[in-house]
Design a protein around this ligand. Structure first.
Ligand code: M1P
Length: 256
């Protein structure tokens, strides 16, 4: 049975959204039209986002006029759900560093820093490793690349497979660490314990007993960071190509 807190929604369903490429262009802000549509959808069903990024970045993208995203969305999942909120209240979580341990983490970071230093790519900026609650994020060009530099690196990486080779080297070096390496964005990849992909968020949503859990994402292909939740038997998956595609589907599914 659906939890009584969602009794005001006529349909006992929830829609979960990836952020980059689904609600917003990659690492950019959502359009006012998208936020307006989401607020209409929220009158019918529960809604939530499930992003790979941390909450600070997702807030930059979804709070375009000072709006509180923890109020706009019934469920807010950053770092695949390792940072989680339901109706504005934080939910229980786990941490990457506790899982892996300081010693293994140090070995991993030392290897990554050597690899980064030896990497010959056209541009290097800054912030090559970001330590988060549920994962670490590694970027060969560096996280403070400009928007144009991001696009250029993404195109370069499609040809040269810089990130794929990096991930291969890590898997070979650390076969015993139970980690997943996920290339979810344009310039970086995420490293987190196996199983801490976006399906992690479903444990929080399941408890409310929705009749249907819809998921919308753009990286739904095998190897993409939406693949596991998109193919999970608990969800009805929708593969989208860009935010306008998400808007079209939402209107068809829940507003017509
Ligand atoms: O949401 C997808 C990814 O977004 C960012 O990736 P990038 O900066 O490479 O475009 C990162 O926050 C990454 O962690 C996340 O998975």
């Amino acid at each position: 049975m659906t939890s009584s807190v969602f009794v005001d929604r006529p349909l006992k369903k929830i829609a979960l959204f990836d952020v980059d490429g689904t609600l917003t262009p990659a690492r950019q802000q959502a359009s006012p039209a998208m936020l307006e549509l989401l607020s209409k959808v929220k009158r019918k069903i529960a809604i939530g986002f499930v992003g790979g990024s941390d909450l600070v970045k997702i807030t930059e993208q979804l709070s375009i006029s000072g709006n509180n995203i923890l109020e706009d969305f019934d469920f807010a999942f950053a770092e695949n759900g390792l940072t989680a909120y339901r109706l504005g209240k934080p939910l229980e979580s786990q941490s990457y560093i506790k899982f892996i341990g300081e010693d293994n983490h140090k070995k991993l970071i030392n290897f990554i820093m050597h690899y980064l230093a030896d990497l010959d790519i056209p541009l290097k900026r800054g912030t090559f490793i970001e330590f988060r609650n549920g994962m670490i994020n590694v970027s060969p060009i560096g996280r403070n690349a400009s928007v144009q530099e991001r696009h250029d690196f993404e195109a370069y990486d499609k040809i040269h497979g810089v990130r794929a080779a990096f991930v291969k080297a890590l898997k070979e070096k650390f076969p015993d660490l139970d980690l997943t390496y996920s290339i979810g964005g344009q310039i970086s990849f995420d490293i987190f314990p196996r199983g801490w992909d976006k399906t992690y968020a479903l444990r929080h949503v399941e408890k409310d007993g929705f009749e249907e859990i819809h998921f919308f994402g753009d990286k739904t292909y095998q190897g993409g960071n939406d693949y596991e939740i998109f193919t999970d038997p608990r969800t009805i998956g929708h593969s989208v190509t860009r935010p306008e595609d998400t808007m079209r589907l939402l209107t068809e599914l829940f507003l017509s």
